[in-house]
Design a protein around this ligand. Structure first.
Ligand code: IMP
Ligand code: MG
Length: 179
């Protein structure tokens, strides 16, 4: 993959502006109540750290790690819980933070896991990107930053074979240019 073929989809400014809007919306919804923000590693790392800086309620950050890709550009269809250790979330407001909802299999896995293990006060799912066209489940994020087409996206946490997570913007490659 050649980084020069990357087309910018969302600039750093666009991303940051939208994250502030999401933060404002969440501050209204939670109205000062404590929140457990759960970052789904690795992809959501950039989004999580930028989003929580806008949240003004008492907040704890948790990190879990799931994987469904094996280094390629499409999901293996099987979600692998690399590390899903969490504190007691009974009676808590839980906010899951993801980079992108694609098929929705990861989101469904996580929501089922929380449902089976805890009676939370509330569970909200927030994803920076929503690839609605590729959905294979009935999952809809409660909050999302941008709806995107069926392109393989990289940057701002999203990787190709582990690379490019450090970009400040989100770009895409035509699928024909990926290999
Ligand atoms: P899902 O389980 O198919 O919804 O996919 C969820 C995970 O796949 C996301 O959390 C991402 O880590 C990864 N993913 C999905 N689409 C893309 C993409 O376009 N670029 C990079 N990673 C992606
Ligand atoms: Mg992810």
């Amino acid at each position: 993959m050649n980084i020069n073929h990357l087309k910018i989809l969302f600039s750093e400014e666009q991303i940051q502006r939208r994250i502030k809007e999401l933060g404002d919306e969440m501050n209204k919804f939670y109205n000062g109540e404590e929140v457990y923000a759960i970052c789904v590693l690795k992809g959501a790392v950039m989004f999580t750290v930028d989003l929580v800086k806008h949240l003004n309620m008492p907040l704890k950050m948790e990190f879990i790690r799931l994987s469904s890709y094996n280094g390629g550009t499409s999901t293996s269809g099987k979600v692998n819980a690399v590390d899903i250790s969490l504190p007691d979330l009974n009676g808590k407001n839980v906010l899951i933070i993801e980079d992108i909802v694609d098929t929705g299999l990861t989101a469904k896995f996580l929501l089922d896991f929380l449902n089976c293990n805890f009676h939370t006060k509330s569970t909200k799912f927030c994803s920076l990107l929503d690839k609605k066209v590729s959905r294979l489940t009935d999952i809809e994020p409660d909050y999302y930053g941008f709806e995107v087409d069926d392109k393989f996206l990289i940057g701002y946490g999203l990787d190709y074979d582990g690379y490019y997570r450090n970009l400040r913007y989100i770009g895409y490659m035509e699928k024909s240019e990926l290999e």
